[in-house]
Design a protein around this ligand. Structure first.
Ligand SMILES: CC(C)[C@H](C(=O)O)[C@@H](O)C(=O)O
Ligand code: SF4
Length: 474
């Protein structure tokens, strides 16, 4: 009888080119995604060593981090970007792509968007692939049963030149989630809860496979949200087995295989799951039916509590390192011990990012907002679709008007206020309910305070002006 293998092992073996006695593996990389921030050094390295891109057709690029999101600033393409540094990076990406023969979705192209949104949307990310990008949230693509992870600029350069990457094999961790998520509790709440349990370094060195009936009933969007934040638990890779939902999502995408190739691919993709009895190095079981909407209160994604909870009291923490981390997080966040989460008032709302800017995310936020008004105390409420095509789809469904009628701003696609690299930022001391994935100090702008939540929780906070338990009062 064949040995039972995990999904991770299957993907790894399939791409293994060579192995050294020291435990280094050489992997074949099928796809590289490229954005404006991390790629300049990789292309410069190629130029300096007089190398070409080996298989330019396997690389796909777009600018996302530095792009402005107002229609006005976007109307004249890269040349219209006001901030000189951002303009240079966006411009440079186009020049590099032209020089090395790489296809790029430029500003103004409907296919442009956050790299982790457009990869799956275009069918550039397919089950069974190895996918890399100079970006930690490349873990997102693991939702398709692809081995996907972020790499550094020199590794990205190596892949461009050779299509291969030398690395150490990861260990495998199973996160088995069972039961129905209560109404109003989403994949975002699930992953925030998991990170709260294992900690931000808890899965370092592991590839996490999310499995169980809860994961099977999640949409592809929900699975992407989960895998997106695997990196916030320390894991470079997040994985979900391929099933009919995966295949239905991929079918007909512009870069998906066609005809006989499609039939052959589907037959292979059906093998992309962990075998019965496969051994993991570690495992965790989660009962989804007990979960609540989650809110982060501190400056690390592991600092989370349910919305009906209170901020923990550092004085009750015995570990002195943890206690001082909690104290400094509370000082930065301008919050006190035991404060009820629902009493926290917000200044800004951000619905966007590669974690939660897909069509399903916008639909769930719009369902909360419909017919209501953003609280007058909220200075700015932004909705930033993950791609031009998500934006177009949302407009077809009238979601843009639901948001703008309520007082939200409806923007052009990009990373936006997920990180302070473009014009969308928090000011010093400003507090934001954000659907993104990181709440580090200064992440959304110097001195800005981030609370990570799901799209429906962010939408409800915009209307109420403070956090609300959407499972009770909505
Ligand atoms: C700019 C990039 C290197 C970075 C990442 O790797 O994740 C960014 O996308 C982020 O979310 O912090
Ligand atoms: S949306 Fe945020 S997390 Fe995602 S790639 Fe952009 S900056 Fe990174």
């Amino acid at each position: 009888m064949a040995i039972a293998r995990t999904l991770f092992e299957k993907l790894w073996q399939r791409h293994l080119v060579d192995e050294t006695a020291e435990g280094l593996s050489l992997l074949y990389i099928d796809r590289q995604l490229v954005h404006d921030v991390t790629s300049p050094q990789s292309f410069e390295g190629l130029r300096l060593s007089n190398r070409k891109v080996l298989r330019p057709e396997t690389v796909l690029a777009t600018a996302d981090h530095n792009v402005p999101t107002t229609t006005l600033e976007r109307s004249s393409g890269a040349a219209g970007i006001v901030d000189p540094l951002s303009r240079i990076q966006v411009d440079q990406l186009s020049r590099n792509c032209d020089e090395f023969g790489i296809s790029e979705y430029k500003l103004g192209d409907k296919r442009q968007g956050i790299i982790h949104v457009i990869g799956p949307e275009q069918g550039a990310t397919l089950p069974g692939m190895t996918v890399v990008a100079g970006d930690s949230h490349t873990s997102t693509h693991g939702a398709f049963g692809a081995l996907a992870f972020g790499v550094g600029a020199s590794e990205a350069e190596h892949v461009l030149a050779t299509q291969c990457l030398s690395m150490r094999r990861m260990k495998s961790m199973l996160v088995k989630v069972q039961g129905d998520l209560p109404e109003g509790v989403t994949a975002k709440d699930l992953i925030l809860w998991i990170i709260g349990q294992v900690g931000t370094a808890g899965a370092t060195g592991y590839a996490i496979e999310f499995a169980g009936d809860t994961i099977q009933s999640l949409s592809m969007e929900g699975r992407m949200t989960l895998c997106n934040m695997a990196i916030e638990a320390g894991a470079r890779v997040g994985l979900v087995a391929v099933d009919d939902k995966t295949i239905d999502y991929v079918r007909g995408r512009p870069l998906a295989p066609k005809g006989d190739d499609w039939q052959r691919a589907v037959a292979y993709w059906h093998t992309l799951h962990s075998d019965e009895g496969a051994q993991f190095d570690r495992s965790l079981e989660v009962d989804a039916s007990c979960l609540r909407p989650m809110v982060s209160w501190g400056t690390s994604p592991e600092m989370v509590v349910p919305v009906d909870g209170r901020i923990p009291n550092p004085a009750l923490q015995r570990d002195s390192v943890r206690r001082s981390d909690m104290e400094s997080a509370l000082a930065y966040m301008g919050l006190g011990p035991e404060q009820a989460i629902t009493q926290i008032r917000l200044d800004k709302i951000f619905i966007g990012s590669c974690t939660n800017a897909r069509i399903e995310d916008l639909r769930s936020a719009a369902a909360i907002v419909k017919g209501k008004r953003v609280a007058p105390t909220i200075k700015l409420a932004l909705v930033v679709p993950g791609s031009g095509l998500v934006k177009e789809q949302a407009e077809r469904e009238g979601l843009d008007t639901v948001f703008t009628d309520a007082g939200f701003e409806w923007r052009e696609p990009g990373c936006s206020m997920c990180l302070g690299m473009n014009a969308d930022r928090l000011g010093k001391g400003e507090r934001c309910a954000s659907t993104s994935n990181r709440n580090f100090e200064g992440r959304q702008g110097a001195g800005g305070r981030t609370h990570l939540v799901s799209p429906s929780m962010a939408a409800a906070a915009a209307i109420a002006g403070h956090f609300v338990d959407i499972t009770q009062n909505w």
